[in-house]
Write a protein that binds this ligand. Structure first.
Ligand code: XMP
Length: 513
């Protein structure tokens, strides 16, 4: 693909993905590479600029991450952020020490004063708040560098050697707390590196369609479609590229949200592909009958899913390529530590063992979620599919506490639909990252009309989060909650009490099971 590239050199900081996303938002393609990547490999990528990320270490310690010093004579512009800034200074002869007193150790929002003659801060206000998080201090900056920003406590918040195109900032321009931070990144890309902004999803679509065609030729392609954003966009891209050579298998396990199966099917009607919708509700419900332990539910659904998929794949016969909807955050994160298994996630992406095929195609492997959504729009997928919130593979099975029956699933579907409708009509559908209803196994006494009821308690859950690893409960306005509550108890027979979940993650998880 012919587009300019920026390398985000990863020193282990917590905002590294965010830096990469910001660069892409500025219309410039970038890839995150570990700091250990050999210089020849970086050179082979022919980047127009490099960004050194932050990191948790102190640059003067021998054990801290360091890059090959030849990177500084290569002639490619560098922006160092936080640890990256200190690394730049240290490597070029500056001195970095632990901050002696608390005032030089800066954390959080800090008023900062910029020299707007510096290309990094060109066109920006001279003062603004920046987000700091550093305990080290640049006691002496390297020769050739000017001080281009300061705070009340620190004279060298930013440094620049304009001639060589080297810039360093102690703060984090990539986070929203830094005013005009994105503009600074944009300045680095466009004013310093000479970016032209050639990274668009329109181009990506054209190039991806062409490369997929060249690769697949007359081969057969198989894709497990879940109805989620990633698998839907991957399916649409493949459909656009190879049409009838593609078979999408959509296993409807009967635990989808209201109308979801039909919506997904409708969205793909315009392409000439083989769309196999397997109605497996009965099959899944009978396997799940009487099971209430969350991990068992997950295992049963995961295994049954693979079995159904396998049977369908056999009917198709020979398959050359299997498509997976892996996206870039999965690629960056894979191989990073072994986290404890809190829940065994079931994902329809991971099916390679059960089908014979030549190769896996991962057409979204280099895209962030917002880019995947944009690509979906380029492919004319409907907005409800493109903006769909995450939905777990095991579906409503893990939102029905206790044993699962069709009646309970229907009840939950109706209640969840009301909740979603009201959130949308309050205009909150994009500010709350995930929201859904949970059918508890608690029943309680109520009164309706003149009669006693003994019905289920429904829990509503809404969270705000950026990565779904941690989440805060969403402050949904009382009026909206009130409307949802009134509507559900009136419209959904079998529910007489509504509660709202006000726990964050951790200690709770987003889903209840
Ligand atoms: P938890 O409940 O672990 O959820 O805080 C974090 C995010 O993951 C989603 N989730 C799943 N996604 N297969 C999936 O594809 C699964 O088995 C699964 N379980 C949870 C959950 O909806 C939330 O967005």
């Amino acid at each position: 693909m012919s587009h300019q590239t920026v390398i985000v050199l990863d020193f282990g900081g917590q905002y590294n993905q965010l830096i990469a996303r910001r660069v892409r938002e500025c219309g410039v393609y970038c890839e995150v590479k570990p700091y250990t990547t050999p210089l020849e490999d970086l050179k082979a990528m022919n980047p127009i600029g490099i960004i050194f990320t932050g990191g948790p270490n102190s640059v003067y310690l021998e054990t801290s991450p360091h890059v090959d010093g030849n990177i500084f004579t290569w002639g490619v512009p560098i922006l160092g952020i936080c640890y990256g800034c200190q690394h730049l200074a240290y490597s070029l002869g500056g001195q970095v020490t632990p901050a002696q007193d608390d005032s030089a150790r800066e954390y959080g929002k800090t008023p900062t004063y910029y020299d707007t003659k510096c290309r990094l801060f060109q066109g920006l206000p001279q003062t603004g708040v920046s987000w700091m998080s550093h305990g080290d201090y640049m006691a002496r900056v390297p020769e050739g560098f000017a001080l281009t920003a300061h705070s009340d406590a620190c004279p060298n918040v930013a440094i620049a050697d304009e001639a060589r195109g080297f810039y360093g900032v102690q703060f984090h321009p990539e986070v929203n707390h830094t005013e005009n931070g994105i503009q600074m990144i944009r300045n680095f890309l466009y004013e310093v590196c000479g970016a032209v902004g050639d990274w668009t999803m329109e181009d990506y679509k054209k190039t991806a369609v062409r490369t997929i065609r060249e690769k697949v030729r007359d081969g057969k392609v198989l894709l497990a479609l879940s109805g989620g954003v990633d698998s839907s966009v991957a399916a649409a891209l493949l459909a656009e590229a190879v049409g009838s050579q593609l078979t999408c298998v959509f296993v409807d396990h009967g635990l989808m949200r209201k109308n979801e199966g039909d919506e997904v099917q409708t969205a793909f009607a315009k392409w000439d592909l083989n769309f196999v919708r397997v109605d497996a509700e009965q099959r899944f419900l009978s396997k799940l009958a009487g099971v209430s332990e969350p991990e068992r539910k997950r295992k049963i659904i995961g295994e049954e899913f693979i079995r159904v998929f396998e049977e369908e794949a056999k009917k198709i016969g020979r398959v050359d390529y299997l498509v997976q909807g892996t996206i870039y955050p999965d690629v960056i994160e894979s191989g990073v530590g072994e986290a404890a298994v809190i829940k065994s996630h079931h994902n329809v992406g991971g099916l390679p063992d059960c089908v014979d095929f030549k190769e896996i195609i991962e057409p979204l492997r280099l895209l962030f979620k917002d880019e995947v959504r944009q690509l979906g729009r380029e492919l004319d997928l409907p907005e409800y599919l493109v903006m769909r919130q995450p939905f777990p593979g095991p579906g409503l099975a893990i939102r029905i506490i206790g044993d699962i029956t069709k009646e309970k699933a229907d009840l939950l579907r109706d209640a969840d639909a009301v909740f979603r409708e009201e959130i949308a009509s309050a205009g909150l559908q994009y500010s709350i990252n995930q929201y859904f209803a949970v059918l508890t196994d608690t029943r309680s006494v109520g009164v309706m009309g003149d009669g006693r009821t003994y019905d289920y308690t429904l829990a509503l859950r809404g969270v705000t989060t950026t990565d779904f690893m941690t989440a805060d409960w969403a402050r949904i306005p009382y009026e909206v909650l009130d409307k949802v509550s009134v509507r559900i108890v009136n419209e959904v027979k079998g529910i007489n009490r509504i509660v709202y979940d006000i726990t964050s993650k951790p200690p709770a998880t987003i889903e209840w099971e």
